[in-house]
Design a protein around this ligand. Sequence first.
Ligand SMILES: *Cc1c(COP(=O)(O)O)cnc(C)c1O
Length: 425
Amino acid sequence: MESEKLALLGGEKVIKTPFEKYNPIGKEEVDAVKEVIESGVLSQFIGGWGADFFGGPKVQEFERNCEKYFGVKHAVTVNSWTSGLVAAVGAIGIEPGDEVIVSPWTMCASATAILHWNAIPVFADIDPDTFNIDPKSVEARITPYTKAIMAVDIFGQSCDIDSLMKIAEKHHLKVITDTAQSPGAEINGKQTGTLAHVGGFSLNYHKHIHTGEGGILVTNDDEIFERLQLIRNHGEAVVGDKGVQNIVNIVGHNFRLGEMECAIGIEQLKKLDYLVKRRQEIAERLTNGLKDLNGIKTPYIASGNTHAYYVYPLVLDLQKLPVSRARIVEALNAEGLSFAEGYQNVHLLPMYQQKIAFGSKGFPWSSDIYHGNVDYSKGICPVAEELHDHSFVSYGLCTHELSDNDVDLMIEAFHKVWQNLNLIK
Ligand SMILES: *Cc1c(COP(=O)(O)O)cnc(C)c1O
């Protein structure tokens, strides 16, 4: 490959025209929304016991389609996956002051959903290869107060759900999976997100498939299913007439998704297989082009898994490279790419560092409902911290729609930068 001058040093960019934006929305969705608008029924939910407690025709059709696609007994739509996570933590019966073990390498809502019920997020470290929560670290964080594990299927690949379910069984814990980034990925032929007590997916604008905002909860447990529906839709006004005995955490919200969003969701779900397959082709092409570069670790896929590549993750082996991550990313992005450095270390957010969430006095950590002593100091998750601070870079594969030629240009940009690393020291 040619060794032209780096764009960072005033040379010409490899990628001269910006890549096309990712957009899974087409005519099918436009027609579906039009039909709903013309019907005049934009939402049919009622926050009381009766047929409309379950929502209108599009809500119910989308939920039944999700049950078929994901291979689960029950699906419940919600107005965001953040709402879904809140509903999930409530539905499994978490008490104020309980501890829930969660990954720090995630979007903040995975942990905030725990705090929402005045329970305590406890962060376990991640596996350096998959970036998912490390079962060994989870076991080490279990205390007498632990009641559940919130595992995240980050970037497009399932967590080690088998090991986590074994730990959960041994310690009588519930498991929630946050599969916002990995719809359509598989683990031993099963859909990821469906093997925990409750799991689910985000439908926000940035994900593989979307309805603008929205989320889907999935479970095979009949009681959790009923409780999710009650938390979604003003359950305290419903339990009496419905004859529900267990009213723990049935503090209902309005987490209802509308008819238009569900009509879009019905069309989006039909496209998911193709959209995931195309991410996989892009990632494989990219990996083939990068795997021989010195000091780069291309994505690892655990045995039995497929990867949906919401994000294409790379780890730099800085001991083999003459320059810092910041310099490398600067040089790549100058060539027309958009790589990001690091990811999340949720435990280091000000809310956890200062233990200030509800009110000004440290509730729930400092209150007498909590008997544990959780630590959020820097250093508790050394793998996640090292990756974030030093060696992790990533590219979003649901931000651009890349042709094979675009991928080849990405590879060319990498080779160009790698040939000139000594010039950007
Ligand atoms: C997107 C995302 C969420 C939040 O989903 P919303 O639908 O935006 O509320 C939660 N967890 C992870 C891992 C996500 O990527």
